[in-house]
Ligand binder design. Structure first.
Ligand code: IPE
Ligand code: IPE
Ligand code: MG
Length: 244
C-alpha cells in the first residue's frame, strides 16, 4: 500500500518483488547472424528499457539474474565481454538510476568478480542508496545453493561461538542469514527464451513465487511482453497452501 501513496495510478495487484532470468541473448544473436557478445550487448540495452518500463508498475524490488555461479564455464572471451558490459552498463546508467530514484544492489559472491566491476558496483550502491523509491538487484556470480551454503556457514560459525543453539533455528531465523534478509521474497518469476528451469536462481526465496515462462528471447522482451506477464500475474490465485 505504501506504493499507492506515491502514485495512485499504479496497481496494488502488481508483484511487490519481480525476479527475472534474462535468458536467450545467445540465440537472439544467432538468429540475427551476430556473435554471442553482440547478443549480450543487445541484452544489456534491453535491461535499461526494461527498467524504464517497470516504472509503470507498483513493483518495489526487481532482481535480475545476470551471471550465475555456473556461467564461468563459458569461454574466456564471453565471460570477459559480460564483465566489461557490466562495467559499461554501470558507467553509462548511474545517473539515470539516481534520477529515477532506483537503488542498485548486487547479490551473489561479489568478492570473486573482477576489481573494476566491484569498484563500480560499490560506487553505484553508494550513490543510489541515498534517496530511492525502488530497488534493482543484480544477481552476479549468484547461485541459490551458494547462498544457502553461505548462510549455513555463518550459522555454524555462530553455533561454534555459542551465540546460537541448533534448536533455535527456524525458517524465519534461517532466512536472516541469506544475502538480503530484509527484501521480501519474489512474488513473480519471469524466465525468457522458453527454458523452463530455475538454473540455481533464488532457490530458497522462490518457494512460493508465481512462475511465468515465455518463448520470447530476452533482447525482444519489450513493454508489451512485460504487460502480458503482469496481466498473467494478476489472474493468479495465490493460496500458499491454504484454501480459497
Ligand atoms: C542470457 O543469455 C545471459 C546470460 C546467461 C549471461 P544466454 O547467453 O544464456 O543466451 P542463450 O541461452 O545462449 O541463448
Ligand atoms: C541462467 O541462464 C543464468 C542467467 C540468466 C544469468 P543460463 O543460460 O546460464 O542457464 P542454463 O545453462 O540454460 O540452465
Ligand atoms: Mg541461456
Amino acid at each position: 500500500m505504501e506504493m499507492m501513496k506515491r502514485n495512485d495510478a499504479l496497481s496494488p495487484a502488481d508483484p511487490r518483488h519481480l525476479a527475472v532470468i534474462l535468458d536467450g541473448n545467445g540465440r537472439w544473436a544467432e538468429r540475427h547472424g551476430l556473435s554471442r557478445v553482440e547478443g549480450h550487448r543487445e541484452g544489456a540495452l534491453n535491461v535499461l528499457r526494461f527498467i524504464q518500463n517497470m516504472q509503470n508498475y507498483a513493483t518495489e524490488f526487481v532482481t535480475l539474474y545476470a551471471f550465475s555461479t555456473e556461467n564461468w564455464k563459458r569461454s574466456e572471451e564471453e565471460v570477459h565481454a559480460l564483465m566489461s558490459l557490466l562495467c559499461s552498463f554501470l558507467d553509462e546508467n548511474l545517473e539515470t538510476l539516481v534520477s529515477n530514484r532506483i537503488r542498485l544492489l548486487a547479490t551473489g559472491r561479489i568478492e570473486a568478480l573482477p576489481e573494476p566491476c566491484r569498484k563500480r558496483l560499490a560506487l553505484a550502491s553508494e550513490k543510489t542508496g541515498v534517496d530511492f523509491q525502488r530497488t534493482l538487484i543484480l544477481a552476479l556470480n549468484y547461485g541459490g545453493r551458494s547462498e544457502i551454503v553461505d548462510a549455513a556457514r555463518k550459522i555454524a560459525q555462530e553455533a561454534r561461538e555459542g551465540k546460537l543453539s541448533p534448536d533455535q533455528l527456524t525458517e524465519e531465523s534461517f532466512s536472516r542469514y541469506l544475502y538480503f534478509p530484509d527484501i521480501p521474497d519474489p512474488d513473480l518469476l519471469i524466465r525468457t527464451s522458453g527454458e523452463m528451469r530455475l538454473s540455481n536462481f533464488l532457490l530458497w526465496e522462490l518457494s512460493y513465487a508465481e512462475l511465468y515462462f515465455t518463448e520470447t528471447l530476452w533482447p525482444d522482451f519489450d513493454r508489451s511482453e512485460l504487460e502480458k506477464a503482469m496481466l498473467s500475474y494478476r489472474k493468479r490465485n495465490r493460496r500458499f497452501g491454504g484454501r480459497k
